[in-house]
Ligand binder design. Sequence first.
Ligand code: B3K
Ligand code: ZN
Length: 858
Amino acid sequence: PAIIRREDYTPFAWLVPETHLDFELGLESTRVTATLKVERNPAAEASPVLRLNGDGLKLESLHCDGEDCAGWAMDGDDLLVTLEGDAHTITIVTRFDPSANSQLMGLFASNGMLCTQCEAEGFRRITFFPDRPDVLSTYTLRMSGPKAQFPVLLSNGNEVATGEDGDNHWAEWHDPWPKPSYLFALVAGQLVANRDTFTTMGGRRVDLAIWVREGDLERTDHAMDSLKRSMKWDEEVFGREYDLDIYNIVAVSDFNMGAMENKGLNVFNTKYVLADADTATDGDFDGVEGVIAHEYFHNWSGNRITCRDWFQLSLKEGFTVLRDQLFSQDMGSEAVCRIGDVRVLRGVQFPEDSGPLAHPIRPDSYREISNFYTSTVYNKGAEVIRMMRSMAGPERFRKGTDLYFERHDGEAATCEDFIRAMEEGAGLDLEQFRLWYRQAGTPKIEASVLHSDKTTLLALKQSVPPTPGQPDKKPMPVPLRIAMFDRATGQHRGEQLVIMDEAQKGINFDGFAEPPILSINRGFTAPVTIERDIADADLAFLAAHDDDPFARYEAMQDLVTRHLVAAADNRLDDAAKASAREAIGQALANIIGDEAVDDLMRGELLVLPSQTYLAEQVLLADPAAIHREREGLKAWLGAELEDLFTAMHSRASKVPYSLDAAAKGARKVKVQALVYLAAGAPDVARAMAWEQYRGADNMTDRQGALMVLAGIDGIERTNALLDFYNRYEGNDLVIDKWFSVQAQSLHPNAIEHVKALADHPDFTLKNPNRVRSLYMAFAANPHAFHAASGEGYRMIADLILQLDPINPQTAARFVTPLGRWRRLEPGRSALMREQLERIAKADKLSRDTYEQVTRSLG
Ligand code: B3K
Ligand code: ZN
């Protein structure tokens, strides 16, 4: 497959001012008549050839200006039409079988309904079209089909006419806003709606509807509430008002990703719509709120202003992720949200940035664009814009975004356009900052405090590691919020924002009698790694006293990380290990007892650094050693602090269920207590977890207890898993949890359990949620996936080979865990690489999987 390069961009030779679509709908056969008005693009180099993209389409007929069209040819999957004059009407008929569309791109069938997914290049599976984001067109659509099968017919914009015709009925929709084809959507099926209204700041009354299958209606209130709060928030914080009279959301159970921001008709994975206390955890509730907000915010950052080409993806995704993060921060706890964002960044994006798939937030080339919907484009993209916000401050940042929205409304824009609007509107000089868009890799900042009688010097060093295709890097501007704590008072004298924009830099401080304690990258102002020269006792001090909650969390993480990395590397003798454990135990005990901290934050402070994060800290990781030390520490802490954990659990168990912060916090610390006790006092934990399971009146408590029980042998394990299955049989989203809990468990036989679950009648490769619930959970289970025999790697490779012909987009996502081979100890490294090579040798691979496997082998 060909490589597409950013530098090769050229504007399309033709404009498509109007698109008319006529769908004759059927689950097994749908016929599409597309009528395109085309005219020469005066801003592009003239060409008589109109390239219409297709993907697996069969052309039934083609007319130009009503006549049979002579000048056409196929170029691979694309249709090339040669046109003499300046303006024409092209009519194209295609027909296909939506029920055979297991890729879930284009128009597909899901549970008897029809729905579309077009981003990035799915529209070309519906009809021949210039399927690129810089071709904006006004869409009018007619669809007809059997009324009994498809009582509800939806598309973008407004419904303008409906009618009946025997057993069939039809609807016409018109979207007044010109849009690229990737934002097109159509839904037809048996659906019911939760309806509400929202009045915008300008007085427009918007009819809101969330469409689901009949039995799911009662689980849609949280999504509706999140939608209304998002609409209000975007008006208040970004000055953005909604621009249509209706806003529809449809939930489907077969979906490759979270959701899709189609204009006026969002299509959602059920996972991000349905939530109630009995079936959704607190994390699920937060996920629904975040994704509803994200897709809504796209209406401006994505739809009103879209991307010129797919290399600019971060323009809409990075910015929209930042917007949804700021929203969630305002709805809940700022510090806890920030910690959650950083955990995702470190758990997914940092490993991506240090592995074979590393790429800048604005990539330079791709073979399959679906592979670039990455944590780098999304999460690092959000961090990059957040840094601009930190440098400008919220008011000036808002001036920058106002200018961007005003200047580029209705356009297909570039990252460069965004940067320029920020420079002018927010008054920032971003010349050197543009490197964040060009360079991949996570910058490393080394910090040390040098103290003499009178002066204190903070010495900073920056390096950006080499990444594939980018051996040499330049220093980037890294905004770091810093505070120096005075040992005499235990306080700092105010924080400052330092822009570290050179390879080396020194900053002087006066007036410290003793060397101050450095608190750096407070609030995680920059997506970098920090190596600071600091004593464990000072980390413990910051973990207990830093007034920046993120910095507190960070100090605790650092304290534990250092110890576990050293222990896994066999660098500690018994005495050193014992004293490090004592220090960590003391710090945890302080956190458990600190009445100034709320439980939500306490829950964060108690989390041990993940195995992935620990592995990231060393050049060649030994997953078994890391696992042994991490579990060893957990067990020691669980035993040592048993009384504190049981007391915390029993205190928190008295808090009744609600969705307020105190109650969510109570549930979070309960699970934490069980996790430590399960390692350190398994008999106590088993009894407590079983009691929590049986008494649970909500999914957070029930799933938390189940997770703990799934890792400990005993009759409780069997009974809880059986009870959970029977209780929720038929509820797909909850049965996904049942698969995940087992695939991710600490049970020594997890690998065997996963094999058995793959043969369970409820398992299917056709549903992406189900596939992920079993195999993503498994790939994230360090002791099982990294089994010394290589069995775990083989199982993931088998899955990729089986899934690739069915759903290449989802299959390709599973290559990532196998891409870690360069960073593993030699034995596992070879076993992992072997599996990548086995996949590479397969007869027929999709473009998606081919690209990821070849890059991973590098
Ligand atoms: N824009 C979509 C993602 C589409 C992914 C296509 N492979 C959802 C989102 O980011 O909001
Ligand atoms: Zn998005």
